[in-house]
Design a protein around this ligand. Sequence first.
Ligand code: CAO
Length: 447
Amino acid sequence: MAELKEARVPDIGDDKDVPVIELLVQPGDTVKKDQGLVTLESDKATMEVPAPFDGIVRELKVKIGDELSEGSVVALIEPAAAAPAGDAKPVAPPPQPSPASGGGSEVAAKAAIPATPAPATAAPTAAVVETPTRSPPVAFDADALMPGKVPHASPAVRLFARELGVDLAQLSGSARAGRITKEDVQAFVKAALAGGGAPRASGGGGGLDLIPWPKVDFAKFGAIESKPLSRIQKLSGANLARNWAMIPHVTQHDDADITEMEAFRKKGEENKDTKVTPLVFLIKAVVAALKKYPNFNASLDGDNLVLKQYFHIGIAVDTPDGLVVPVIRDADRKGLLELAKELGEISAKARDKKLSSADMQGGCFSISSLGGIGGTGFTPIINAPEVAILGVSRSAMKPVWNGKEFAPRLVLPMSLSYDHRVIDGAAAARFTAYLAQVLGDLRRLLL
Ligand code: CAO
């Protein structure tokens, strides 16, 4: 065997005692220059320490958990020119062990593809002890190396994604500043599995293979003013984008005859201090429909559907800073006036920016009412992990055929978006038809 050379950790700036989180090769593996030997994880980024030349790894000097600094020996490598032919063992992609050596079988030959370095990983060349020149210092922070091109995620999340074969560039992060969390990766994989195929960066048609967002110099075409998005807009934007991309939405439209309901509501209004809008009746009707169709009061959790036995209803509230969805808890145990009072309180709290995160948690089903503004129908976006949302537009007087003649009736347009992985079209049609029935029949509504 020829003389072995040491591969060492090169200049890594100020970082010291950086733990090894992944072994990318094993003794006997053939490696190419710049192929990763081990992965280090600092609190800023992950980095693969690549082989400084072609050769065969004869000994790994580190194990997972070892803490390395500049100059630490990573492996002993026999340079390629010195390595005897046929003594090489192909490298299997981590984390699986490589196939048995010397096989020369088709399987082994296929596995001999060099491990691809993670796209977000900065990869300095490992120093060789005999080499007089040192590798140049490298920035450890992948974001700094490739601004705007590197998905925003911690090293641990990057590793997790790599192990699952997830391309982080396909995800939008739900945490602050669009940072991708472990949960985002899990949700992405779950959605891909539920959709029947693993996501692929390109060519497979399974993932979101999107072209980059258009970059336009708007000022070239006229005067402009640039305003930063509010915190709420950024947060809700990330959630809406994820929900729209990951949930197969279908929207079922239906009308409810609320002539009697409105007459009753207006009559009651004369004597009450609390304002009771049509939305309060809708909350009651939704609770009745959720009781009859429990799959709408559910959430997907992997291969399970979690059915809830409580009735917490989220209400989309429009505020000057953006959309928020506070939750009215135990709506099934509250009367019309109590619901009206609480609706007034949460709307005011939302507009005064006083909602806590607890006020917005635990919802089972959401209602988005644009009825006070206008419109005849729209497609509300489901508030994950809920499986449906009811959109309500403005009621209008319409001529409705009653079997003998056209009668003037107050008609409320409803738009129910549902997660087609959980709810079938027929169930959605039944749900909205039942809602219309409840809203059209005062006795049922007031029960
Ligand atoms: N048809 C006709 N009139 C309606 C109506 C409907 N479906 N719903 C409400 N109205 C009337 C109310 O009766 C009230 O009339 P008066 O002023 O004459 O009493 C008026 O419209 C204003 O109602 P409101 O909007 O103040 O009250 P609300 O209970 O209907 O809604 C709230 C409260 C907080 C949900 C609402 O103010 C809001 O923010 N809506 C926007 C939600 C949103 O942005 N959704 C889109 C999200 S993107 O998917």
